[in-house]
Design a protein around this ligand. Sequence first.
Ligand code: RB5
Length: 355
Amino acid sequence: MKIAIASDHAGFEQKVQLAPWLAEEGYEVLDFGPSSEDRVDYPDFAYKVASAVAAGEADRGILVCGTGLGMEMGANKVPGIRAAAVQTPEFAELMRAHNDANVLCLSGRFVALEVNEELCRIFLETPFEGGRHAGRTAKLDRGCMVEPRVQVVRHPLVAHKLSILRGKDTPTKLFRELIRELALFLGYEATRDFPLEDVEVHTPLETMTGKRVAGKKVAIVPILRAGLGMVDGLLVLLPSAKVGHIGMYRDEETHEPHEYYCKLPPDVDQRTCLLVDPMLATGGSAAMAIEFLRKAGVSDVRLLSIVSAPEGLEEVLASDPTVRIFTCAIDRCLNENAYILPGLGDAGDRIFGTL
Ligand code: RB5
């Protein structure tokens, strides 16, 4: 087994003893430094070891700083790394058995060398239990503790505009403008992975190779009627997109969605569909609209909603295995009338001034 090891100045003394000890124990040791006790910054060395482990150049990593904490924080910034600062044998065992940790971070100032050797031994010999723990470590590796299909757009301007939008005294004109602007932010995030291709550009001075979106065809599909308020913002980003419409209303008593109008572009099955509705409340209409798009042959559906309730997110994610959701906020819950709390009231009424 190959072990990458490094320290900072505070862990140096122990590192130079741990490295030969590991070699004596039969491990192949890759020493990433430093080579003297001069002051260095622990993130630099955490990065070296973590990158070697993440790239498969080493099977495990061991990092020593004053406390182990800075090394832990640094190493965990590298995708694929599960690093833990550990001081007890029990934790050394559990970091492997439950967390499949691949980097051990030790304290060179507060833990004796013999204890750290024991921690290394346990770290290197304890297998991962797998089973129920495997799904959890997979979530860690995805870097997403919630649901990888849901993306909350976090941006200071989004937070600012959203607060104005929510205010009960915000007038219709401003409300409409904000819905349009927030739709633009959502569209920006929802199109982030669109593929690019090279294009030759003749600037006034010379010719260069630029980029353009590689033939991605898009349909913007508002759920009537509130979704209409988001269309203009998205058309600013995607001026060639086609616009389809799905008309649904919610039964006031049962809260069940009913479809009353649907008109989609004829080649919708070849397009990425940005399904838009400012509010994702129960998720009933969105789930129904997604089902409708699937039946029309659409494979890539992205739901853009300005404010979402956890109940709606759950419903939509459960109803369709691949839909992705982009939202500016996940609110607390629904009230007994299926309104989002704290929410912003009825988006349709506020956009069209029909309160
Ligand atoms: C260096 O003085 C010390 O801050 C460092 O070794 C480490 O303990 C940081 O987490």
